[in-house]
Write a protein that binds this ligand. Structure first.
Ligand code: BG6
Length: 490
């Protein structure tokens, strides 16, 4: 590892994301020597803080990771705070003065990473001001990391993109989707392209259907204000789920470079069928959590959550069938589901293979044997398993189904880098593989907008599900219509 020299400016420096994810990730990179002496961080937000207070906060956020007190203090000494009103040009002028001072002090050669960890309402203003007040340096790199949500629909995303693109080129923009920083999401390409047995069967001749579940046990907690305007479709499907779909569906890239991979993902997302209103009704269901219980704890309904409208029609659960009209995937449904207040927290992908043509192990040759299922466990379990049928020990010829399973050990999990750490590292290296390209964002919104439009017009029909369950009956019915059911590998 070579040391990177860079000035970070974090907009939203007092926020939850900065404290929970960014500062600990920077500390981890510091421990690895990726940032060391030639770096500085400017934190900005509205609040009036002193550098000393800011550094105390920094140390607080990394307290579980600290090995030596001295080293934590040294790390924190690279942090500077400046209070800032995003609409006030004067403030950008003082930011520039500080940036130049720090670059001189730490011998930073004009490499600037601008991190927007705050409300997207300000992304346009901030990038414009960065440009106008001369905060984009002439030497070194200038990169922009932006957090989700990227727009509220295609139109707002497009406006936002045009504003940003006036200042930064596509290859300077790093749109975060933290799922792309997860170890097992990154593993999808390895599992596919490093195994001939798997890749040669990765198509509609052998695969029956693909199922993706992103299940959460928590409710909306303190984020009711944001969530009630967003809903599960925008919050999880537009970004995380469609990103996972694109990695599963893309054609093999010529090389594992960011350009090649993103080109293939873009092609896959463009091939996702944008549904007509009739198709939306047939292929997508939504629901909202009602009262219920989990582990004997009674749980409130969504409409009673903080900052949620009492008559809210916002969905907290989505299940749907995605169709990709390509040679490879024609006829293979990608079933997806996600929801809050489900029975457990867990993300997994199940690839369900087609059955053998005849069942030789039953009187009735038409009776279905259990399918081969390849499970990719994303979280909290990380691993991979293959369900296969074998002979049961004994004098009769009976079949038995079991899992060939590999699970990352607790030690591996404890030592593996955090998603944000990897993504910031990639950005420092200018590697955009695990960030979303504008064309991916655009295709995803077009798909989501078609569904949203139908749902926004239908004010009557919002099923509910008990908190602590795996969603509404409508979700099971969606697969049952096609003769399938949801796999959940415990
Ligand atoms: C975020 C959503 O993008 O992802 C949250 O806004 C959701 O609503 C979260 O809880 C899930 O991420 P993870 O990493 O906990 O699965």
């Amino acid at each position: 590892t070579t040391e990177q020299n860079v000035l970070f400016t974090i907009f939203g420096g007092t926020g939850d994301l900065a404290k929970r994810k960014l500062y600990p990730s920077l500390y981890r990179l510091y421990k690895k020597g990726i940032i060391k002496e030639q770096f500085a961080v400017i934190g900005t937000a509205r609040r009036e803080w002193t550098d000393d207070h800011y550094r105390e906060i920094i140390i607080e956020t990394i307290k579980d990771l600290i090995v030596s007190e001295e080293d934590a203090i040294e790390f924190a000494s690279h942090f500077y705070y400046q209070s800032h009103n995003v609409n006030d040009s004067e403030h950008y002028v003082s930011l520039k003065v500080l940036a130049e001072k720090l670059e001189a002090r730490y011998h930073i050669k004009g490499n600037r990473l601008h991190y927007l960890a705050m409300s997207p309402d300000f992304f346009g203003t901030i990038t414009q001001q960065l440009n106008e007040q001369g905060l984009v340096s002439d030497t070194g790199f200038n990169r922009l990391i932006i957090e989700k949500p990227f727009g509220h629909d295609y139109e707002t995303a497009n406006i936002l993109n045009e504003q940003i693109r006036e200042v930064f080129d596509e290859n300077q923009i790093f749109r975060i989707d933290h799922y792309l920083g997860k170890e097992m999401v990154q593993n999808i390409s390895t599992v596919r392209f490093a195994n001939n047995m798997i890749e040669s069967m990765w198509n509609n001749r052998y695969i029956d259907n693909i199922q993706i579940t992103l299940s959460e046990a928590l409710g909306v907690e303190e984020r009711g204000g944001y969530y009630d305007k967003s809903g599960a479709l925008r919050d999880m499907v537009q970004n995380h789920i469609l990103q996972v779909v694109s990695l599963l569906a893309m054609e093999p890239p010529a090389k594992l470079s960011d350009i090649d991979i993103r080109n293939e993902k873009i092609k896959a997302l463009r091939a996702v069928r944008v549904f007509t209103p009739e198709e939306v009704k047939e292929n997508f269901v939504r629901a909202q959590y009602d009262v219920g219980s989990n582990d004997d704890i009674l749980l409130n309904k969504y409409q009673n959550e903080l900052n949620v409208a009492e008559d809210s029609l916002t969905e907290t659960f989505v299940a749907g069938k995605i169709l990709i009209d390509t040679f490879r995937w024609k006829g293979v449904p990608f079933y997806i589901r996600t929801g809050k207040r489900l029975s457990e927290k867990g993300t997994q992908i199940n690839i369900v293979f087609k059955n053998v043509p005849l069942n030789l192990f039953s009187e009735d040759a038409e009776e279905k044997l259990p399918s081969n299922v390849l499970t990719i466990f994303i979280q909290p379990t990380e691993g991979i398993s293959l369900q296969i049928n074998t002979k049961k020990t004994g004098i009769d010829l009976e079949t038995e189904t079991f899992d060939l399973m590999h699970q990352h050990s607790a030690e591996t999990l404890a030592n593996s880098p955090e998603a944000y750490e990897k993504l910031i590292f990639d950005c420092l290296n200018g590697d955009a593989t695990n960030f979303t390209h504008w064309d991916e964002v655009a295709s995803s919104w077009r798909f989501v907008d078609a569904i949203r439009k139908v749902w926004d017009q239908d004010k009557t029909n919002l099923p509910s599900y008990p908190s602590g369950s795996m969603g509404p009956a409508e979700s099971d019915a969606l697969l049952a219509k096609d003769g399938f059911y949801w796999y959940w590998n415990p």
